[in-house]
Design a protein around this ligand. Sequence first.
Ligand code: AKG
Length: 411
Amino acid sequence: NEFQSVTESTTAPTTSNPYGPNPADYLSNVKNFQLIDSTLREGEQFANAFFDTEKKIEIARALDDFGVDYIELTSPVASEQSRKDCEAICKLGLKAKILTHIRCHMDDARVAVETGVDGVDVVIGTSKFLRQYSHGKDMNYIAKSAVEVIEFVKSKGIEIRFSSEDSFRSDLVDLLNIYKTVDKIGVNRVGIADTVGCANPRQVYELIRTLKSVVSCDIECHFHNDTGCAIANAYTALEGGARLIDVSVLGIGERNGITPLGGLMARMIVAAPDYVKSKYKLHKIRDIENLVADAVEVNIPFNNPITGFCAFTHKAGIHAKAILANPSTYEILDPHDFGMKRYIHFANRLTGWNAIKARVDQLNLNLTDDQIKEVTAKIKKLGDVRSLNIDDVDSIIKNFHAEVSTPQVLS
Ligand code: AKG
């Protein structure tokens, strides 16, 4: 068929992972990844999101200050104001490159290149679901229009990325053919999009390894979080050889969103600490998350990586004891790297005397170890009856301290 003449026939590999893991490859990619923040594109697709121009500019500046490599904006053809906002953000002179995201169509491309963006992200669905029910085009049409749009954008001297929407439910041969075609004509990046969040890390790794063997350009990945794999998939994509990951602040996007910026940073600081600490202002994550959470009227989830209220809170007595001796015992992330603090939750019946000793020290009181064990027993006893708070613990400690410090009157 025509598509085969535009491209070259590509046969899908017959074994599940013909190339095998290559540790040297994946280490270099993990340590040299780039972030495309899509809060102002994918994030605008979050149910609660409405960003006026001022808010978009504030978010773009905050992301730039944090150090993201790219900021992706809503298509300028989505609405008149979207086009104006895109132009306004392009004029800010940010360090991050500004991208806009368009359909694979010349009408969109013509408008996009006039906005002043540094690059255009083109997307079109390649799965049978999207081909049949979304745009109704076959692979020949997709290949032809991709070539036309890519050559046009390239002729304007700006970056161009081509992405297959719903990659993981697309036919592998179709997928490899279209990526080979666009690679050959010089796209800067190809994008893999797990549009419905169906992929698992093993599938991601295998697809990236396979794709690496047929294209020479960079690979960008976009993972939805429907099945909770968005961070793991992003990390595994880097291990497989992808270079760029799409994120949004708090992961906001369609349905339950995509790989969250903060969550990915938590994963990446473990894998590439020097790179991550030197490149990104990690202590800004909390401010950026608060900015976006306020704008879209949500709370930061209690178990959010890094900024969830209990992300660095230790409760059980044995944990508290070890943490007080050496935080690495129960922490893989150092809260100080993110401008956060560690808490020992000692107001509960699981507490131990080491945690209470730390609180006694904070209160500047003097008690012997035996006395601390005694007061700990009182705290645990009350903790068996009801939930405690810090004031309960402090008053038990202070009363106990007053009792044991009052001189005994001998009669
Ligand atoms: C998706 O497929 O979920 C998208 O939002 C598009 C991703 C892309 O452009 O790669």
